[in-house]
Design a protein around this ligand. Structure first.
Ligand SMILES: NC(=O)c1ccc[n+]([C@@H]2O[C@H](COP(=O)([O-])OP(=O)(O)OC[C@H]3O[C@@H](n4cnc5c(N)ncnc54)[C@H](O)[C@@H]3O)[C@@H](O)[C@H]2O)c1
Length: 352
């Protein structure tokens, strides 16, 4: 090792899983602490950089940095979103990598697979919201959409609301419902799974917790299926009719200012003049710190929408990095051994 060695830890998805990083409790804790650090002014959070390669399909790669000044760690999520991937190529839509650097010398400390972290972030934000906004005696959860986000959300919801006993599922294809049940029943064997046969009403009508996590752009969820006392977590784009939000007693977002400029149902309603700032009850962090009320009665219908705050991804990535490092998994990744002009062989390598 020389004085100018730079190296970091590399963690594959399998390293992270093997180290026990698919731990929604750990992620919810990291997300909550991250949000509190942001509120305290301890997070640098510049705008994301978006590069769209196809306006029609929205195939894109985004670069999302954030720094936890108090933890002295800067991170970036480099995330690809290629919506046609599942249908066109049978491969996943979203894939990501994360780099973490220390900010004393500015050197990288970790290069890690990021899809796991990103998906756990979506789930754990839903889980945190459910902890405060769902009825703790909720027993039935209903899904529209059976993809990657739906699966992670089920783990998160079961962690946040342990009383859940029955999971109903509605997707576009029977085969997706079959796969969801096959994979998730292995992870949560005590849960009773009910396939809807692609009948959306059968999937969610009257459920205590409803989750929509689809790639559709259509008002799939109907207000009449959302019973009094239900908690609804909206994950995708336009997935519910406007009447759903209108019939809810509280609307809570991860960050309303961010949500309202995007493209999902609440943003559409805002742009169409169907929803105003006053209709939004709170950002999640206000409920965490107690400055706004969470659930106040058994009959409230509560709507939650998170579009994703990348500093939360970085907060969770730091927690995963620490856990994976403790377990000794991952590999050393040599970035450089010497500074450029220190290499004895440089004269042979340089091309003039
Ligand atoms: N809010 C966030 O922070 C966040 C983060 C990542 C992804 N997302 C969004 O979550 C959504 C789901 O992502 P994913 O990775 O799970 O996608 P995926 O492709 O794995 O799954 C999509 C699911 O949508 C279902 N679907 C599509 N059209 C449908 C219809 N008409 N009726 C019923 N079901 C239908 C499909 O059957 C499939 O089960 C996407 O819109 C994605 O952009 C949100």
């Amino acid at each position: 090792m020389t004085r100018h060695d730079i190296h970091c830890r590399y963690f594959s998805q399998e390293d992270l899983l093997g180290a026990g990083c698919l731990d929604v409790r750990m992620a919810m804790d990291a997300a909550e602490k991250g949000m509190l650090a942001f509120e305290a002014g301890n997070v640098l959070f510049p705008d994301k950089i978006v590069q769209i390669f196809n306006d029609e399909t929205q195939e894109r790669i985004n670069c999302l940095p954030a720094t936890f000044v108090d933890r002295k760690i800067c991170g970036v999520k480099w995330v690809s979103v290629f919506p046609p991937n599942p249908v066109k190529h049978g491969i996943q839509n979203l894939s990501a990598v994360i780099i973490l650097s220390e900010i004393e010398h500015g050197f990288p400390i970790a290069f890690m697979e990021g899809t796991l972290c990103s998906n756990i972030r979506v789930g754990s934000m839903g889980g945190l919201a459910a902890k405060h906004l769902a009825r703790p005696d909720s027993e039935v959860i209903g899904f529209i959409g059976a993809g990657e986000q739906a699966k992670m959300h089920l783990i998160a919801m079961k962690t946040a609301v342990p009383a859940l006993k029955v999971c109903r599922i509605a997707a576009k294809l029977d085969s997706e419902e079959d796969e969801f049940v096959r994979q998730m029943s292995a992870i949560i064997p005590e849960m009773e799974f009910v396939k809807s046969g692609t009948n959306l009403a059968r999937g969610v009508d009257g459920a205590d917790i409803i989750v929509t996590a689809t790639s559709a752009q259509a008002p799939l969820l109907k207000a009449q299926w959302v019973k009094p006392g239900a908690f609804y977590s909206h994950i995708g784009g336009w997935e519910d009719e406007y009447a759903v939000a209108k019939s809810c007693d509280k609307i809570v977002c991860d960050d309303w200012e961010t949500v309202k400029h995007r493209t999902q149902t609440l943003s559409r309603m805002y742009k169409d003049g169907e929803l105003t700032d006053d209709d939004v009850h709170a950002n999640l962090v206000e409920i965490l710190v107690g400055s706004k009320a969470g659930r106040e009665s058994e009959d409230e219908r509560i709507y939650f929408n998170a579009v994703g705050l990348a500093y939360v991804d970085v907060a969770i990535a730091i927690a995963m990095f620490e856990r994976a490092t403790e377990t000794g998994l991952g590999q050393d990744l040599q970035i450089q051994h010497e500074m450029i002009f220190e290499h004895a062989l440089l004269k042979d390598w340089v091309r003039l």
